[in-house]
Design a protein around this ligand. Structure first.
Ligand code: HXC
Length: 263
């Protein structure tokens, strides 16, 4: 019996698209939603990541479709939604987990580097939310949209200015769409994980000094796990969270707080 926090059929019959679903937090969320009964569409730029993720979910007995997608390309996002609607006839849940990030001094960040991250995180989230909104509004069934953000969206984050600006945009987009689309029964929320030790994020704290500095900032003294983020995400897109809208749920062991006199 799979180990899930919510009842096993919570998302039975629902269709969920997860961008960045091939690896890390995106894959963890996809796996959790699939265990809860959702049909899952994995979107990722890297076909190798996708095929591995797809076969892992199939082995768990989940219904899964994998569609190579670069969310920076509006045509690729159109293809993702068209193929999902063709295969499953509906979209109930969108999770925006695709991201890109690297640490760089801002004065050395090239225009291309800025574009690469902002287009993946902010533009990609809008392109996907837009298509999800169209499908959810025209179906009359409503839906749920969840985006993965980071707390430096509101604290600022030196040397990751591209990601900071893009995530701040996603928080603003989340709150705007939450109000605008509520009459269509679409809930729009964000989840904000703290340092979570995935392969994709590990380069950010590969250097032992960076790792120690990162951990020192987390009051509970450890990295978060993908499962913790996935379970909280599943709750937010489930009917149990039907009155939660426009919220950013921080799951970071208290990392973004703790800026008092003694810290
Ligand atoms: C400086 C860099 C760089 C680096 C890339 N660039 N890496 N500049 N330092 N470390 C520049 C390149 O020189 C190039 O500009 C431009 O960025 C595009 O690089 P490409 O490699 O051609 O782009 P692309 O293949 O599209 O890669 C996108 C990417 C990459 C964002 C750069 O890192 C990526 O796809 N990452 C996905 C995985 C990932 O980052 N996961 C982390 C998410 S974790 P020029 O000018 O040379 O052409 C996360 C959580 C943070 O965000 C929160 C923690 C609490």
């Amino acid at each position: 019996m799979p180990n899930t926090m919510l009842p096993i059929d919570t998302l039975k019959g629902q269709v969920a698209i997860i961008t960045g679903g091939g690896t890390g937090i995106g894959f963890g969320i996809a796996s959790e939603l699939a265990l809860l009964g959702a049909k899952v569409v994995l979107a990722s730029r890297n076909p190798d990541h996708l095929s591995e993720a797809e076969s892992r979910l199939r082995t768990q007995g989940c219904e899964v479709l994998a569609i190579p997608t670069d969310v920076r390309q509006p045509e690729a996002v159109d293809n993702l939604f068209d193929r999902t609607l063709e295969a499953f006839g509906q979209v109930d849940i969108l999770v925006n987990a695709a991201a890109g990030n690297f640490i760089v001094d801002s004065e050395k960040l090239s225009v291309n580097g800025w574009n690469s991250v902002v287009q993946s995180v902010l533009h990609g989230t809008f392109y996907c939310a837009r298509r999800a909104g169209m499908a959810m509004i025209s179906s009359g069934r409503g839906g749920r949209i969840l985006s993965v953000v980071a707390s430096y969206a509101w604290t600022g984050g030196p040397r990751t200015v591209h990601s900071v600006a893009a995530k701040a945009g996603v928080v603003a987009l989340t709150r705007s769409l939450a109000v605008e689309w509520a009459p269509h029964r679409i809930r729009v929320n964000a989840i904000c994980p703290g340092p979570t030790d995935t392969e994709g994020a590990r380069p950010l704290w590969q250097d032992p000094e960076d790792r120690a500095r990162t951990l020192a900032k987390v009051p509970v003294g450890r990295f978060g796990t993908v499962q913790e983020v996935a379970q909280a995400s599943a709750y937010l897109v489930s009917p149990y969270a039907d009155f939660i809208n426009g919220e950013v749920l921080v799951i970071d062991g208290g990392e973004w707080l703790g800026k008092g006199l003694t810290s």
